[in-house]
Design a protein around this ligand. Sequence first.
Ligand code: T3D
Length: 259
Amino acid sequence: MTEEPTHRVDHDGAVATVTLDRPDALNAQTRASRRALVKDLRALSADAAVRCVVLTGAGRAFCAGQDLREEGALENVDDMIRETYIPIVEALVGMPKPVIAAINGAAAGAGLSIALACDQRYMAEDAVLMMAFSNIALVPDCGGSWFLTRIVGYARAFEIAASGRRVGAEEALALDLVQRVLPRDELSAATQTAAHELAARPTQTLGWTKRLMRAAEQSPLGDVMELEAQLQPAAVGSSDHAEGVAAFLEKREARFEGR
Ligand code: T3D
């Protein structure tokens, strides 16, 4: 039996858009949907023609987290997390190119964790973020506690997680949980414009920048400066660096190719 696709991947030039596509379940995720997602995220990671990824949801939600109707979802939950949730986060964080979440509607539970694992978040003005885990007496997973604490600090992160309340767009922007808030009907176009702009930047170097800044969140200054010293020779040797310097000296726009 062929399984229904649970997300789709659309390509437009160097931008790939991954749309979680179970709208009747608010794009809640099952074990099978997460396996399929991991596979495609890894493929996008390896595809040099893709220079920016957008992650969004079909219908009125971004992602409601775990599908609470999935039979057997809680069997061997620790292994399930290791096998399917953690690899999604690792694929997004380790993606050697920018990933923008276009939060078109509710991002709840692991759905919020997944959005927080992206590099940037654009949010529809009527969308909500929810650390829904405590509402069903679960602890945060999929990296949610790590990302939220780093972005908003311990006290605010704990309050949001413990209450399980809805965080609206205005508050999310003020807390830097999202970088832009847009009317719902403008979200997709604005995200695509930003994605195409990012895709025209020196992609390989942005991948290394991601790596450095993620390391900076958890490593001492000396370690990060050492990693900078290790990565800079590769950046210096890149054709995009040569193009960037040439464009600067010739007073023209650089045409980066991502390598
Ligand atoms: O459990 C494990 O395996 C461990 C791993 C856990 C990871 C997690 O993600 S735990 C957290 C799971 N997610 C939630 O608890 C979120 C539950 N959903 C909500 O809180 C709300 O639905 C939303 C805030 C997302 C949206 O609210 P609203 O008012 O816009 O919609 P609604 O009316 O609550 O939901 C609409 C429908 O979607 C409804 O179905 P119905 O009545 O129309 O047939 C609702 O049951 C369904 N739905 C919403 N979330 C889920 C879901 N169905 C399955 N799984 C869901 N997560």
